[in-house]
Design a protein around this ligand. Structure first.
Ligand code: PLP
Length: 402
Protein backbone atom coordinates (compact mmCIF):
# COMPACT_ATOMS: atom_id res chain seq x y z
CA UNK A 1 0.00 0.00 0.00
CA UNK A 2 1.07 3.52 -0.59
CA UNK A 3 2.24 5.86 2.16
CA UNK A 4 -0.08 8.32 0.47
CA UNK A 5 -3.15 6.14 0.91
CA UNK A 6 -3.75 7.90 4.22
CA UNK A 7 -3.96 11.32 2.59
CA UNK A 8 -7.41 12.85 2.93
CA UNK A 9 -8.98 14.84 0.13
CA UNK A 10 -8.52 18.55 0.93
CA UNK A 11 -11.38 21.00 0.70
CA UNK A 12 -11.57 22.73 -2.69
CA UNK A 13 -10.74 26.44 -2.88
CA UNK A 14 -14.11 27.90 -3.79
CA UNK A 15 -12.99 30.67 -6.11
CA UNK A 16 -10.98 28.26 -8.27
CA UNK A 17 -13.75 25.63 -8.21
CA UNK A 18 -16.34 28.18 -9.36
CA UNK A 19 -14.04 29.40 -12.14
CA UNK A 20 -13.61 25.82 -13.31
CA UNK A 21 -17.40 25.38 -13.40
CA UNK A 22 -17.46 28.48 -15.61
CA UNK A 23 -14.75 27.11 -17.94
CA UNK A 24 -16.50 23.75 -18.18
CA UNK A 25 -19.86 25.31 -19.04
CA UNK A 26 -20.79 25.29 -22.71
CA UNK A 27 -23.72 27.69 -22.22
CA UNK A 28 -23.58 30.54 -24.74
CA UNK A 29 -24.36 33.25 -22.25
CA UNK A 30 -22.21 32.00 -19.36
CA UNK A 31 -20.77 34.69 -17.08
CA UNK A 32 -17.91 34.44 -14.58
CA UNK A 33 -18.50 36.77 -11.62
CA UNK A 34 -16.22 34.89 -9.25
CA UNK A 35 -12.53 35.43 -9.87
CA UNK A 36 -10.87 38.63 -8.62
CA UNK A 37 -9.32 39.80 -11.85
CA UNK A 38 -10.06 42.74 -14.14
CA UNK A 39 -11.87 42.12 -17.41
CA UNK A 40 -12.44 44.52 -20.31
CA UNK A 41 -15.90 45.33 -21.61
CA UNK A 42 -15.30 42.47 -24.06
CA UNK A 43 -14.86 40.16 -21.05
CA UNK A 44 -11.14 39.71 -21.75
CA UNK A 45 -8.07 39.95 -19.48
CA UNK A 46 -6.25 43.26 -20.00
CA UNK A 47 -2.52 43.72 -20.35
CA UNK A 48 -2.11 47.39 -19.40
CA UNK A 49 -0.65 49.25 -22.43
CA UNK A 50 2.01 50.81 -20.18
CA UNK A 51 3.04 47.31 -19.03
CA UNK A 52 3.22 46.09 -22.64
CA UNK A 53 5.36 49.08 -23.55
CA UNK A 54 7.86 48.42 -20.75
CA UNK A 55 7.94 44.71 -21.59
CA UNK A 56 8.91 45.53 -25.18
CA UNK A 57 11.70 47.80 -23.91
CA UNK A 58 12.90 45.12 -21.50
CA UNK A 59 12.92 42.47 -24.23
CA UNK A 60 15.12 44.70 -26.39
CA UNK A 61 17.56 45.51 -23.59
CA UNK A 62 20.43 43.07 -24.07
CA UNK A 63 22.17 44.28 -20.91
CA UNK A 64 19.54 42.46 -18.82
CA UNK A 65 20.04 38.86 -17.78
CA UNK A 66 18.41 36.20 -15.62
CA UNK A 67 20.81 36.18 -12.69
CA UNK A 68 19.35 35.65 -9.22
CA UNK A 69 17.96 38.66 -7.44
CA UNK A 70 19.16 39.22 -3.86
CA UNK A 71 17.13 37.28 -1.26
CA UNK A 72 15.06 40.33 -0.35
CA UNK A 73 14.53 41.22 -4.00
CA UNK A 74 15.04 44.25 -6.19
CA UNK A 75 15.73 47.22 -3.93
CA UNK A 76 14.75 49.92 -6.43
CA UNK A 77 11.35 48.26 -6.72
CA UNK A 78 10.79 47.92 -2.97
CA UNK A 79 11.78 51.50 -2.28
CA UNK A 80 9.54 52.90 -5.03
CA UNK A 81 6.63 50.70 -3.93
CA UNK A 82 6.95 51.78 -0.29
CA UNK A 83 6.86 55.42 -1.44
CA UNK A 84 3.76 54.73 -3.47
CA UNK A 85 2.06 53.34 -0.38
CA UNK A 86 3.19 55.81 2.25
CA UNK A 87 3.62 58.87 0.02
CA UNK A 88 7.19 59.90 -0.90
CA UNK A 89 7.20 62.75 1.62
CA UNK A 90 5.85 60.83 4.61
CA UNK A 91 7.87 61.68 7.75
CA UNK A 92 8.45 57.99 8.59
CA UNK A 93 10.41 57.67 5.33
CA UNK A 94 12.49 60.82 5.99
CA UNK A 95 13.18 59.57 9.53
CA UNK A 96 14.55 56.24 8.22
CA UNK A 97 11.85 54.19 9.96
CA UNK A 98 10.74 52.26 6.87
CA UNK A 99 12.17 49.17 5.26
CA UNK A 100 10.63 47.05 2.53
CA UNK A 101 11.25 43.71 0.87
CA UNK A 102 10.01 42.27 -2.40
CA UNK A 103 7.59 39.38 -1.91
CA UNK A 104 5.67 36.80 -3.93
CA UNK A 105 2.80 39.17 -4.49
CA UNK A 106 0.34 40.13 -1.76
CA UNK A 107 -0.14 36.57 -0.56
CA UNK A 108 3.61 36.06 -0.20
CA UNK A 109 3.94 39.36 1.66
CA UNK A 110 1.27 38.33 4.13
CA UNK A 111 2.91 34.96 4.60
CA UNK A 112 6.37 36.43 5.26
CA UNK A 113 4.73 38.91 7.65
CA UNK A 114 2.94 36.06 9.44
CA UNK A 115 6.15 34.02 9.63
CA UNK A 116 8.06 36.98 11.05
CA UNK A 117 5.36 37.92 13.55
CA UNK A 118 4.95 34.30 14.67
CA UNK A 119 8.49 32.98 14.64
CA UNK A 120 10.52 36.10 15.36
CA UNK A 121 8.25 38.29 17.50
CA UNK A 122 6.49 35.19 18.94
CA UNK A 123 2.96 36.52 18.49
CA UNK A 124 0.33 33.79 18.33
CA UNK A 125 -3.01 35.59 17.94
CA UNK A 126 -4.45 37.08 14.78
CA UNK A 127 -7.79 38.79 14.11
CA UNK A 128 -9.41 39.19 10.73
CA UNK A 129 -12.74 40.69 9.71
CA UNK A 130 -15.95 38.70 9.27
CA UNK A 131 -16.06 38.18 6.38
CA UNK A 132 -12.64 38.52 4.79
CA UNK A 133 -10.61 37.31 1.82
CA UNK A 134 -10.59 33.53 2.15
CA UNK A 135 -6.81 33.20 2.33
CA UNK A 136 -6.15 35.23 5.51
CA UNK A 137 -7.06 32.34 7.78
CA UNK A 138 -5.03 29.76 5.86
CA UNK A 139 -1.92 31.94 5.73
CA UNK A 140 -1.84 32.46 9.51
CA UNK A 141 -2.80 28.88 10.23
CA UNK A 142 0.08 27.59 8.14
CA UNK A 143 2.45 30.12 9.72
CA UNK A 144 1.65 28.46 13.06
CA UNK A 145 -0.66 30.98 14.75
CA UNK A 146 -2.61 29.12 17.42
CA UNK A 147 -5.34 31.72 18.04
CA UNK A 148 -7.17 32.67 14.88
CA UNK A 149 -9.98 35.06 15.75
CA UNK A 150 -12.47 37.28 13.98
CA UNK A 151 -13.78 40.77 14.53
CA UNK A 152 -17.23 41.86 13.38
CA UNK A 153 -17.21 43.92 10.20
CA UNK A 154 -20.23 43.47 7.93
CA UNK A 155 -23.68 44.39 9.10
CA UNK A 156 -26.08 42.45 6.88
CA UNK A 157 -29.05 44.57 7.88
CA UNK A 158 -27.61 47.97 6.96
CA UNK A 159 -25.37 46.42 4.29
CA UNK A 160 -22.58 48.50 5.76
CA UNK A 161 -19.83 48.47 8.37
CA UNK A 162 -20.61 47.29 11.89
CA UNK A 163 -18.19 49.79 13.41
CA UNK A 164 -19.43 49.35 16.98
CA UNK A 165 -19.14 45.55 16.76
CA UNK A 166 -15.67 45.92 15.28
CA UNK A 167 -14.47 48.27 18.03
CA UNK A 168 -15.99 46.09 20.73
CA UNK A 169 -14.27 42.95 19.41
CA UNK A 170 -10.91 44.68 18.99
CA UNK A 171 -11.13 46.11 22.49
CA UNK A 172 -11.27 42.55 23.82
CA UNK A 173 -8.23 41.38 21.84
CA UNK A 174 -5.20 40.47 23.94
CA UNK A 175 -2.06 42.62 23.74
CA UNK A 176 0.13 41.89 20.69
CA UNK A 177 -2.71 40.45 18.66
CA UNK A 178 -2.09 40.95 14.96
CA UNK A 179 -5.01 42.83 13.42
CA UNK A 180 -5.42 42.37 9.68
CA UNK A 181 -6.91 45.50 8.12
CA UNK A 182 -7.81 45.91 4.46
CA UNK A 183 -6.11 49.14 3.37
CA UNK A 184 -8.96 49.93 0.96
CA UNK A 185 -11.66 48.26 -1.14
CA UNK A 186 -12.42 45.61 1.47
CA UNK A 187 -12.71 42.15 -0.05
CA UNK A 188 -15.45 40.84 -0.19
CA UNK A 189 -17.78 43.57 1.07
CA UNK A 190 -16.58 46.66 -0.83
CA UNK A 191 -17.21 48.63 2.38
CA UNK A 192 -14.38 50.68 3.92
CA UNK A 193 -14.34 52.62 7.20
CA UNK A 194 -14.67 56.40 6.93
CA UNK A 195 -11.74 58.55 8.11
CA UNK A 196 -13.47 59.10 11.46
CA UNK A 197 -14.03 55.38 11.83
CA UNK A 198 -10.35 54.70 11.02
CA UNK A 199 -9.46 57.09 13.86
CA UNK A 200 -11.57 55.06 16.26
CA UNK A 201 -9.93 51.86 15.02
CA UNK A 202 -6.47 53.40 15.53
CA UNK A 203 -7.47 54.46 19.06
CA UNK A 204 -8.37 50.92 20.08
CA UNK A 205 -5.27 49.47 18.39
CA UNK A 206 -3.20 51.92 20.44
CA UNK A 207 -5.05 51.39 23.73
CA UNK A 208 -4.96 47.60 23.49
CA UNK A 209 -1.35 47.54 22.14
CA UNK A 210 -2.34 45.56 19.05
CA UNK A 211 -0.21 45.10 15.94
CA UNK A 212 -1.69 46.48 12.69
CA UNK A 213 -1.04 44.49 9.52
CA UNK A 214 -2.46 46.17 6.44
CA UNK A 215 -3.36 44.19 3.37
CA UNK A 216 -3.11 46.58 0.42
CA UNK A 217 -4.22 44.63 -2.61
CA UNK A 218 -6.27 47.30 -4.38
CA UNK A 219 -4.47 50.65 -4.16
CA UNK A 220 -5.96 52.72 -6.98
CA UNK A 221 -8.94 50.45 -7.46
CA UNK A 222 -11.15 51.89 -4.76
CA UNK A 223 -11.30 55.55 -5.75
CA UNK A 224 -9.09 55.55 -8.84
CA UNK A 225 -6.65 57.70 -6.85
CA UNK A 226 -3.49 56.20 -5.32
CA UNK A 227 -3.25 58.72 -2.49
CA UNK A 228 -6.86 58.53 -1.29
CA UNK A 229 -6.68 54.74 -1.31
CA UNK A 230 -3.62 54.79 0.94
CA UNK A 231 -5.12 57.20 3.46
CA UNK A 232 -5.58 54.66 6.26
CA UNK A 233 -2.06 53.24 5.99
CA UNK A 234 -0.54 56.74 5.95
CA UNK A 235 -2.68 57.79 8.90
CA UNK A 236 -1.60 54.81 11.01
CA UNK A 237 2.04 55.51 10.13
CA UNK A 238 1.56 59.16 11.21
CA UNK A 239 0.15 58.02 14.53
CA UNK A 240 3.51 56.39 15.28
CA UNK A 241 2.46 52.74 15.12
CA UNK A 242 4.95 50.04 14.38
CA UNK A 243 3.23 48.11 11.62
CA UNK A 244 3.50 46.12 8.43
CA UNK A 245 1.73 46.38 5.12
CA UNK A 246 1.65 43.85 2.32
CA UNK A 247 1.26 45.34 -1.15
CA UNK A 248 0.03 43.49 -4.20
CA UNK A 249 0.59 44.62 -7.78
CA UNK A 250 -1.65 41.90 -9.20
CA UNK A 251 -4.72 44.05 -9.69
CA UNK A 252 -3.48 47.60 -10.17
CA UNK A 253 -0.80 46.52 -12.70
CA UNK A 254 -2.67 43.46 -14.01
CA UNK A 255 0.43 41.38 -13.21
CA UNK A 256 -1.42 38.49 -11.55
CA UNK A 257 0.86 35.64 -12.54
CA UNK A 258 4.13 37.53 -12.15
CA UNK A 259 3.74 37.35 -8.35
CA UNK A 260 4.92 40.84 -7.62
CA UNK A 261 4.41 42.31 -4.15
CA UNK A 262 6.15 44.15 -1.37
CA UNK A 263 6.19 43.95 2.41
CA UNK A 264 6.61 47.36 4.04
CA UNK A 265 7.74 47.48 7.67
CA UNK A 266 7.52 50.64 9.78
CA UNK A 267 9.55 50.67 13.01
CA UNK A 268 9.95 53.21 15.79
CA UNK A 269 13.69 52.98 16.00
CA UNK A 270 15.72 52.89 12.73
CA UNK A 271 18.49 50.95 14.49
CA UNK A 272 16.16 47.88 14.52
CA UNK A 273 16.07 47.69 10.73
CA UNK A 274 19.31 45.79 10.12
CA UNK A 275 18.41 42.91 12.43
CA UNK A 276 14.82 42.87 11.14
CA UNK A 277 16.03 42.55 7.56
CA UNK A 278 18.43 39.77 8.57
CA UNK A 279 15.54 37.74 10.03
CA UNK A 280 13.39 38.39 6.95
CA UNK A 281 16.34 37.18 4.88
CA UNK A 282 16.43 33.87 6.76
CA UNK A 283 12.68 33.39 6.40
CA UNK A 284 12.78 33.99 2.64
CA UNK A 285 15.92 31.90 2.18
CA UNK A 286 14.33 28.87 3.80
CA UNK A 287 11.08 29.36 1.96
CA UNK A 288 11.75 30.20 -1.72
CA UNK A 289 15.30 31.61 -1.62
CA UNK A 290 14.67 34.71 -3.75
CA UNK A 291 11.85 36.27 -5.76
CA UNK A 292 11.30 36.56 -9.53
CA UNK A 293 12.42 39.67 -11.39
CA UNK A 294 10.10 40.43 -14.31
CA UNK A 295 7.32 42.14 -12.35
CA UNK A 296 9.81 44.04 -10.20
CA UNK A 297 11.49 45.47 -13.30
CA UNK A 298 8.18 46.56 -14.79
CA UNK A 299 6.76 48.15 -11.63
CA UNK A 300 9.97 49.92 -10.64
CA UNK A 301 10.33 51.41 -14.13
CA UNK A 302 6.78 52.68 -14.18
CA UNK A 303 6.94 54.11 -10.66
CA UNK A 304 10.22 55.91 -11.29
CA UNK A 305 9.48 57.45 -14.71
CA UNK A 306 7.06 60.41 -14.53
CA UNK A 307 5.69 59.85 -18.04
CA UNK A 308 5.09 56.12 -17.56
CA UNK A 309 3.66 56.83 -14.11
CA UNK A 310 1.03 59.20 -15.57
CA UNK A 311 0.20 56.64 -18.22
CA UNK A 312 -0.27 53.98 -15.55
CA UNK A 313 -2.55 56.25 -13.51
CA UNK A 314 -4.65 56.59 -16.65
CA UNK A 315 -4.92 52.79 -16.86
CA UNK A 316 -6.09 52.63 -13.24
CA UNK A 317 -8.74 55.25 -14.01
CA UNK A 318 -9.88 53.20 -16.99
CA UNK A 319 -10.28 50.10 -14.82
CA UNK A 320 -11.93 51.77 -11.84
CA UNK A 321 -14.12 53.86 -14.15
CA UNK A 322 -15.46 50.81 -15.96
CA UNK A 323 -16.30 49.17 -12.64
CA UNK A 324 -18.19 52.26 -11.48
CA UNK A 325 -20.17 52.30 -14.74
CA UNK A 326 -21.14 48.66 -14.32
CA UNK A 327 -22.24 49.31 -10.71
CA UNK A 328 -24.53 52.12 -11.89
CA UNK A 329 -25.87 50.02 -14.73
CA UNK A 330 -26.66 46.99 -12.60
CA UNK A 331 -28.34 49.02 -9.89
CA UNK A 332 -30.44 50.94 -12.44
CA UNK A 333 -31.60 47.75 -14.09
CA UNK A 334 -32.53 46.01 -10.83
CA UNK A 335 -34.46 49.06 -9.68
CA UNK A 336 -36.23 49.30 -13.04
CA UNK A 337 -37.19 45.62 -12.88
CA UNK A 338 -38.57 46.26 -9.39
CA UNK A 339 -36.41 43.49 -7.95
CA UNK A 340 -37.42 43.12 -4.28
CA UNK A 341 -35.01 44.71 -1.80
CA UNK A 342 -32.81 47.78 -2.04
CA UNK A 343 -29.89 47.97 -4.45
CA UNK A 344 -28.18 51.23 -3.54
CA UNK A 345 -25.39 49.25 -1.86
CA UNK A 346 -24.19 48.20 -5.32
CA UNK A 347 -23.13 51.77 -6.09
CA UNK A 348 -22.15 52.61 -2.50
CA UNK A 349 -19.62 49.76 -2.33
CA UNK A 350 -16.19 50.34 -3.84
CA UNK A 351 -13.41 48.35 -5.47
CA UNK A 352 -13.69 45.30 -7.62
CA UNK A 353 -16.36 43.46 -5.67
CA UNK A 354 -19.92 43.86 -4.66
CA UNK A 355 -21.38 41.97 -1.76
CA UNK A 356 -24.81 41.65 -3.30
CA UNK A 357 -26.74 40.22 -0.40
CA UNK A 358 -27.72 37.23 -2.57
CA UNK A 359 -27.95 34.05 -0.49
CA UNK A 360 -26.00 30.85 -1.08
CA UNK A 361 -29.20 29.31 -2.50
CA UNK A 362 -29.77 32.20 -4.89
CA UNK A 363 -26.11 32.10 -5.97
CA UNK A 364 -26.39 28.39 -6.70
CA UNK A 365 -29.61 28.97 -8.65
CA UNK A 366 -27.86 31.57 -10.82
CA UNK A 367 -25.12 29.05 -11.62
CA UNK A 368 -27.49 26.18 -12.37
CA UNK A 369 -30.16 28.01 -14.31
CA UNK A 370 -28.27 30.86 -15.97
CA UNK A 371 -24.63 29.71 -15.92
CA UNK A 372 -23.78 32.89 -14.04
CA UNK A 373 -21.08 31.85 -11.59
CA UNK A 374 -20.45 33.65 -8.29
CA UNK A 375 -19.30 32.78 -4.80
CA UNK A 376 -21.81 31.32 -2.35
CA UNK A 377 -21.34 34.42 -0.15
CA UNK A 378 -23.06 36.46 -2.88
CA UNK A 379 -19.83 38.30 -3.75
CA UNK A 380 -19.60 39.28 -7.39
CA UNK A 381 -16.68 40.64 -9.34
CA UNK A 382 -18.10 43.74 -11.02
CA UNK A 383 -15.60 43.37 -13.88
CA UNK A 384 -17.33 40.18 -14.96
CA UNK A 385 -20.22 42.40 -16.02
CA UNK A 386 -20.05 44.00 -19.47
CA UNK A 387 -22.37 46.10 -21.61
CA UNK A 388 -23.00 42.86 -23.50
CA UNK A 389 -24.21 40.78 -20.54
CA UNK A 390 -25.53 43.33 -18.05
CA UNK A 391 -29.20 42.89 -19.05
CA UNK A 392 -28.88 39.11 -18.84
CA UNK A 393 -27.24 39.33 -15.39
CA UNK A 394 -29.84 41.80 -14.04
CA UNK A 395 -32.78 39.74 -15.29
CA UNK A 396 -31.26 36.56 -13.85
CA UNK A 397 -30.70 38.21 -10.45
CA UNK A 398 -34.27 39.49 -10.58
CA UNK A 399 -35.53 35.97 -11.22
CA UNK A 400 -33.35 34.52 -8.42
CA UNK A 401 -34.67 37.06 -5.92
CA UNK A 402 -38.35 36.93 -6.92
N1 PLP B 1 -5.46 40.43 -0.22
C1 PLP B 1 -6.68 40.52 -0.71
C2 PLP B 1 -7.73 41.16 0.11
C3 PLP B 1 -6.98 40.02 -1.99
O1 PLP B 1 -8.21 40.13 -2.46
C4 PLP B 1 -5.95 39.43 -2.74
C5 PLP B 1 -6.24 38.84 -4.05
O2 PLP B 1 -7.32 38.49 -4.42
C6 PLP B 1 -4.66 39.37 -2.18
C7 PLP B 1 -4.46 39.88 -0.93
C8 PLP B 1 -3.46 38.78 -2.81
O3 PLP B 1 -3.36 38.65 -4.15
P1 PLP B 1 -1.96 38.34 -4.81
O4 PLP B 1 -1.30 37.28 -4.02
O5 PLP B 1 -2.29 37.95 -6.19
O6 PLP B 1 -1.19 39.61 -4.76
Amino acid sequence: TSRFAEVQQGAPIEVFAVSKAFSDSTHQKKVNLSVGAYRTDEGKPWVLPVVRKVEVELAADTSLNHEYLPILGFDAFSTAAAKMLLGASHPVIAEGKVTAVQTLSGTGGLRIAADFLGHVLKYNTVYYSTPTWGNHRLIFLQAGFSEICQYRYWDAESRGLDINGMIEDLSKAPENSVIILHACAHNPTGVDPTQDQWKRIADVVEERKLFPLFDSAYQGFASGDLDSDAWAVRYFASRGFEMMSSQSFSKNFGLYNERIGNLVVVVKDPSCITATRSQLTLLVRGSYSNPPCHGARIVSRVLSDPVLFEEWKGCIKTMSGRIIEMRKGLRERLEKLGTPGTWDHITAQIGMFSFTGLSAKQSKYLGEKYHIFLLSSGRINMCGITTGNIDYVAEAINDAVC
